[in-house]
Design a protein around this ligand. Structure first.
Ligand SMILES: [Cu+2]
Length: 69
């Protein structure tokens, strides 16, 4: 497990936040995800590949990139 921070665009409500959580947990079911809707910042504790997570989110309509810190 490692901690990962992502900047995610396109989230407008709690439903979007849940979708983002599910997409990340599809990469690694044990992922712990917390979403800050106001800032678009997503923190995840996960074993999944960060680039794969960002790509999966982007493909699902939530353009995502790894945050610097
Ligand atoms: Cu929504």
């Amino acid at each position: 497990m490692s901690k990962l921070q992502l900047d995610v665009s396109g989230m407008t409500c709690g439903g979007c936040a849940r979708s983002v959580e599910k997409i990340i947990q599809k990469q690694d079911a044990a992922s712990k995800v917390s979403v800050d809707l106001a800032t678009g910042r997503v923190e995840a504790e996960t074993s999944a590949d960060p680039a794969a997570i960002a790509a999966a989110l982007t493909a699902a309509g939530f353009p995502a990139k790894q945050a610097a810190a």
